[in-house]
Design a protein around this ligand. Sequence first.
Ligand code: ATP
Length: 370
Amino acid sequence: MADVEFDEVWKQFASQTAAAVKGLSLAIPDHELLVLLGPSGCGKTTALRMLAGLEEPDSGDIRIGAKSVVGLEPKDRDVALVFQSYALYPHLSAHDNIGYPLKVRKLSKADQEAKVQRVAKMLGIGHLLPRRPGQLSGGEQQRVALARAIVREPRVFLMDEPLSNLDAKLRVHTRTELKTLQRELGTTMVFVTHDQAEAMSLANRIAVLNAGELQQIGTPDEVYNDPANLFVAEFIGSPPMNLLEATRDGDSVVTAGGWRIPAPRERAVAGSGTVAAPAGSGGAVTVGLRPEGIAVVQPVQDAQDGVQPAAVVAVEPLGSEVIVDVQVGGQSLKIRAAPDVRPESGSMIGLRADPTAVRLFDRATGLAIH
Ligand code: ATP
């Protein structure tokens, strides 16, 4: 178990014009489950591979347990990597796949057996031990791969989209198990995914990357409630945060279509790692409102204070909630409403913004105004 640090790490592949990882600095304390989250090609796998020793950085330092690992062979870093593809030995049984790292370390047969049995029990795969990978489902193979990583008792677990090959239900189930397992073992884990829902449900903290650059690091609540910039605001959440062009007017902001919304008071944004944004040059700002930060008011009455009339474009019933798509001043918004809210498409409804849910971004820089 150990702390992990990336210190101003840069990596450029010779065949690429832009660097894959740009000055990444990240401190991951012992026992933490940190998720590296970002779209395809943002550099998260490259960052993980540098930590594993499968790539070397061009500059900067990577430390595990306060000691630099740059230049060390992967086997000397005491980390265990689990990939999307399970990479099991096809000719070995699940038992022997799990025990393989212990055999390489020349543990006594009795110790090997005890450890394999203990991990198999932990993951509920004792009955699968005699089978070969070809006789196991994808989910079972991934458990065997996880068991093989756990049995090594590494200082750090590195997970590169390990759940991507599982069907939706098994994926949700396995991620809950993985989270519980990590907490029980207390081993630091760095988990790479492009799936924001997976990141939100698993992470102690999420590091959001885009185009090789760290955008924000914070708890799931922090990145959801206080995105540091427009990229994070749009990447996290489903549906994502509604973003509306607006101008400042005293203590309010006014969107296209004339929706007057109270401007938020000054507040801190966690872990943005960016300089504080200026207060919206020339009054041009982007207002951010999560779909659940807007209440539907029916019927709409023009005279109602703070209620904005909006045209309903579509209604998406999802069982536990309804997503209402509306238009305000030519801009589209999605609202998360209670399951019994069913306005007619084409009708007018009223919208009321929750003043505590309003976020502002500088339109020129995209940074949160705080
Ligand atoms: P994905 O989710 O698709 O795996 P990612 O965020 O993990 O994406 P990386 O795999 O780290 O992204 O890739 C970052 C950038 O570096 C991409 O532009 C990619 O094409 C490039 N890249 C990655 N590996 C190599 C390589 N071995 N040689 C050249 N370019 C590479």
